[in-house]
Design a protein around this ligand. Structure first.
Ligand code: C5P
Length: 306
């Protein structure tokens, strides 16, 4: 095998609660994560040289060492240098379909795809537990991106418990293309404003979890929650406005994903999602607003071929 193609799905957070500070500077979280069908497409090809090269048509995707794909490749190259010398470098082609810096783990999914691809191409024979340890070193959302589906995430976001898949739910996802929010900023701003509330909610069971287990879609829509809205929305009134409009149009529930600034509305059918998308685009006549209709899926990284 000298090449592998993969799909790397985005995710949304149905629930994101900040429990408190951690000694490592991160935050202790309680999250409900959900993979969605909107995916990046990646192809990794052994290039017969020593080089590691990333190609992407989207000029907003960095192709230096700050790119999580390259971080993942270098992590493996340093750790498994023998395999790298045996099999050589890779050319990586990224077809970027997931919005960038949107709070939907596009970069994390790419990193997870790189781990899966090189595990195959460099014949590393790493099992899922070993891949998860490497994933945690790359970012808090990378372990979830590997397994995908519906999962409860605690710790930094890396401790995962897979839940019965939520199928048959659709969503409308919307983001102002030119607007991005730094995740580090969002968490810092939250700490600054709300650290007096830390430790008040140490539960690992909450009503939304019960609704997910019962597949009660109406309740899921009502119980969506994201603490980071409290800092991102006041800073970006246009995102608050977008959220208000989407919520008013309809669906089961509306929320910001991760550190934003993307907003989603979940719905029961593709038809309902498409009509919400259409109405949103009618009400917000702005070329900068990008909108997708997509659906919940029960998978993370998928190898699709050579
Ligand atoms: O883990 P990742 O690199 O994706 O996180 C980006 C930033 O988000 C971190 O540098 C940190 O500032 C913040 N973060 C946090 N607590 C978490 C996850 C992320 O404070 N559990």
């Amino acid at each position: 095998m000298n090449s592998v193609s993969l799909l790397a799905p985005a995710k949304i957070n149905l629930y994101l609660k900040i429990i408190g500070d951690r000694p490592d500077g991160y935050h202790e979280l309680l999250m409900l994560m959900q993979s969605i069908e909107l995916s990046d497409i990646l192809k990794f090809h052994l290039n017969g040289t020593e080089q590691i090269r990333l190609f992407c048509d989207n000029p907003d995707v960095p192709n230096d060492d700050s790119n999580l794909i390259l971080k993942a490749v270098y992590l493996l190259k340093n750790k498994y240098s023998k395999a790298y010398y045996n099999f050589g470098g890779v050319d990586i082609r990224l077809d970027k379909r997931i919005p960038i810096a949107a709070g939907v783990a596009g970069g994390s999914g790419n990193a997870a795809a790189a781990l899966v691809a090189l595990n195959l191409l460099w014949k590393l024979k790493l099992d899922l537990d070993q891949l998860q340890i490497l994933a945690t070193q790359l970012g808090s959302d990378v372990p979830f991106s590997l397994i995908g589906g519906t999962a409860l995430a605690t710790g930094r976001g890396e401790k995962l418990r897979s839940l019965p898949p939520l199928e048959n739910l659709w969503l409308v996802l919307a983001k102002y293309e030119s607007l991005s929010v730094s995740t580090a900023w969002a968490y810092q701003a939250y700490r600054h404003k709300f650290d007096h509330t830390y430790g008040q909610s140490l539960q690992d069971s909450f009503p939304l979890l019960d609704s997910v287990m019962a597949q009660d879609f109406d309740q899921i829509g009502k119980l969506l929650h994201n603490d980071l809205e409290k800092v991102v929305l006041p800073t970006h009134p246009e995102v608050q406005k977008l959220r208000d409009i989407l919520e008013k149009i309809g669906g089961l529930g509306t929320m910001m994903s991760g550190s934003g600034p993307s907003i989603f509305t979940i719905c029961r059918s593709q038809r309902e999602a498409l009509s919400i998308q259409q109405e949103l685009q009618r009400q917000v006549d702005n070329d900068d607003l990008k909108v997708w209709t997509t659906r919940f899926i029960g998978k993370g990284i998928q190898v699709t071929g050579n």
